[in-house]
Design a binder for this molecule. Sequence first.
Ligand SMILES: [Zn+2]
Length: 311
Amino acid sequence: MVASQPTGSATWFPCNDTPAHRSRYRIQVRAEKEYRVVTNGVRTGQSSQGGDRVWRFQQDVPTASYLATVQVGRYVEDEIELGSVPGSVCYPARLSRRVKADVHRRLPRMMDAFVAAFGPYPLPRYTVVVTEDELEIPIEAQGMATFGANHTLGDQSSDRLIAHELAHQWFGNSVGVQEWRHIWLNEGFACYAEWIWSEACGGLSAAELAARYHARLATLPQDVLLSDPGPADMFDDRVYKRGALTLHALRIELGDEAFFDLLRSWTQRYRHAVVTTADLETHVAERTGRDITPLFDVWLRALPLPALPVG
Ligand SMILES: [Zn+2]
């Protein structure tokens, strides 16, 4: 398996490895017959060569190098329908019961909830791979997500992770970052999507989750600047949670209708384009006619944790 975020892709193919550089891909992999090959894009063909199988894929959506991936395993593959989006799930047969309970059963409803909240799904399909191995964390790729065997336990405890990776198709993969310093635009939004899903499926509300994580962040060092966390802290959980809290503060400020209109117009305006934090601020100002600079100043450009606004 390959997972290359943020800068691993140059170890397996020649590329200009920055998130702003996006390419189309044609991927061809030769593997022994008992293995299934899964990569980004749409499968365009298969042939035999010396007793092996050659798999071909085409990704026509502009894709950042860190989102390119290849997964090879002894997988079964199930096609699933995610509303109007074709999907598939690849996994080792021994995990069948758990994967079906967590992914097959939950993902269609998740897709519905996210299309309603974020706008049309931006890629031609969505493939979930569950690996034979345990993985430290799941990871998104273009039109795909990879989970470890340990991430699907068949008890919905992985809902949060499944929602997070799906949300990256809108936030990160379609609307991408110009530079890694804007990582909160990926991770803060994907984390907030976990809360939106919790709310949508009858779990804790976003407000309850915001209060819980705000209280937790208040006990941790406040030394990570959300607008530019630096390479060492770009995947620090505080970036994820404070990013999500920033969005929740914005939701309280604007109200639900304007907030979700903002999310959908953001994903539409910058579909398959790269953005900066300044682009978001401009978009908020233009779309709502409101000056939200003070809110962004305290959440993004200052270190102390601001008080959580109450709705
Ligand atoms: Zn993420």
